[in-house]
Design a protein around this ligand. Structure first.
Ligand code: NI
Length: 218
């Protein structure tokens, strides 16, 4: 761990997953020099509730397809995977821009959770479809260890762009809609505990779900 000073959690897993996606052999990844290892690694510390950057409204991205934007997405991706999150927003790693990333694979740990396709969403705009909301448990990498019962719109349309500026326009429901609402809230300085109808529905995950059944944090 000592050679990965910028990485707070699971640095080796992060390096190996990045290496495998980049087509680098795992042997090369694990024996890389300090500087090479830093270049392979992009796991960034996640800011926690109380940090002022998490409470700010982030400005939009103005130029697509830049090196900076691509690098930001690599960092978001590696950090989300290293922490087993369902999503991550740029302000959570200290970058005040309207960029979010999410993906939920089918996972035996969360059998009731629907998969959500891998999506990088820049400058998102959400339009709720109807007034209907539903409550479900959420967690957040910026609020570690806690879960809360959060009301969200059941259906919505979201629009935005990918890293290269290609438009994204989807109509989604249920868990997919929830993940998007959670992530986009991060761009407006809102963390899920601020959405709770009743603070009695906020608690520690290991106490609320001693059998481990919950949803991945995002
Ligand atoms: Ni979150």
């Amino acid at each position: 761990m000592g050679v990965f000073p910028d990485c707070t959690v699971f640095p080796d897993e992060g390096a190996l997953s990045y290496a495998s996606r980049a087509g680098v052999s795992t042997r090369d990844a694990t024996t890389a020099s300090f500087y090479e290892a830093k270049a392979l690694m992009a796991v960034r510390p996640v800011l926690k509730m109380g940090h002022p950057l998490l409470a700010r409204v982030a400005p939009p991205v103005e130029r697509f397809g830049t090196r900076e934007l691509r690098d930001l997405v690599v960092d978001l991706d590696d950090t989300m995977r290293a922490l087993n999150g369902a999503g991550l927003a740029a302000p959570q790693i200290g970058v005040p821009l309207r960029v979010v990333l999410f993906e939920v694979d089918a996972n035996p740990r969360y059998p009731h959770v629907e998969p959500v396709p891998y999506t990088v969403l820049v400058n998102p705009e959400l339009t709720p479809l109807g007034d209907e909301t539903e409550e479900a448990w959420e967690g957040c990498l910026s609020v570690p260890g806690l879960r809360g019962l959060v009301p969200r719109y059941k259906s919505l349309r979201y629009r935005g762009h990918d890293v290269e500026g290609r438009p994204i326009d989807r109509t989604v429901h249920g868990f997919h809609a929830r993940v998007v609402q959670h992530e986009v809230d991060h761009l407006d300085g809102i963390l899920y505990p601020m959405r709770l109808r009743d603070l009695r529905n906020l608690g520690y995950e290991d106490t609320l779900f001693p059998d481990g059944l919950a949803v991945p944090p995002d």
